[in-house]
Design a protein. Structure first.
Lengths: 116, 114
């Protein structure tokens, strides 16, 4: 069974440029998560989707970040414009149910972003 | 406030010796607790989880953890370290009133010396 797929794996851009990350969750998983992991820290939740609905986006900086999961399957996270402080690893995860506290989340390899 | 604290940022052991990675949580609610491992340039992998069943939880690769409510702890142990265990380990907590939101600790880097 394929795991969570993310692309690209690495991205280098100049500040003020836009960037997008793509995630394809495990087949059949209803809930999808985007996390931000700064160097030397644990990941922090940005947004959680149940099917195509964003049920928790309280941590998403909406002035420059946006996300979508139009058909309830794959998802795109966008930053526009990127800032130096956005350099980090962006992780996608999925879980099979409705995002309960006991569910295991399965993580992709992440996209490492460097903003110059 | 609901939080999780990993007491050591770095732990170094010799191959074949026991591993102990310490984790404490703070919460008014009954938590679900997880340990994830992250190898360089790889995704996070679940080692084990506690969800209010048995307090001693066995995971993959010989790891186990014990939930101690009185001490609000969930320490990770392994009897004998292997070189392949060298990685970053995250203690993670989740609460029923926050859906699937995972709260990660700062991580503990485990080094294994030959």
């Amino acid at each position: 069974e394929a795991g969570v797929v993310q692309s690209p794996r690495y991205k280098i851009i100049e500040k003020k440029q836009p960037v997008a990350f793509w995630c394809n969750p495990i087949s059949g998983h209803n809930t999808l998560y985007w996390y931000l992991q700064n160097l030397g820290q644990g990941p922090e939740l940005l947004i959680r989707y149940e099917n195509e609905e964003a049920v928790d986006d309280s941590q998403l900086p909406k002035d420059r970040f946006s996300a979508e999961r139009l058909k309830g399957v794959d998802s795109t996270l966008k930053i526009q414009p990127a800032e130096l402080g956005d350099s980090a690893v962006y992780l996608c995860a999925s879980s099979p149910g409705q995002g309960t506290s006991q569910e295991t989340q399965y993580f992709g390899p992440g996209t490492r972003l460097l903003v110059l | 406030a609901q939080s999780v604290t990993q007491l050591d940022s770095h732990v170094s052991v010799s191959e074949g010796t026991p591993v102990l990675l310490r984790c404490n949580y703070s919460s008014s609610y009954s938590p679900s607790l997880f340990w994830y491992v992250q190898h360089p340039n790889k995704g996070l992998q679940l080692l084990l989880k506690y969800t209010s069943a048995a307090t001693l939880v066995k995971g993959i690769n010989g790891f186990e953890a014990e939930f101690k409510k009185s001490e609000t702890s969930f320490h990770l142990t392994k009897p004998s370290a292997h070189m392949s265990d060298a990685a970053e380990y995250f203690c993670v907590v989740s609460f029923y009133n926050q859906g699937g939101k995972l709260i990660f600790g700062q991580g503990t880097e485990l080094s294994v010396k030959p």
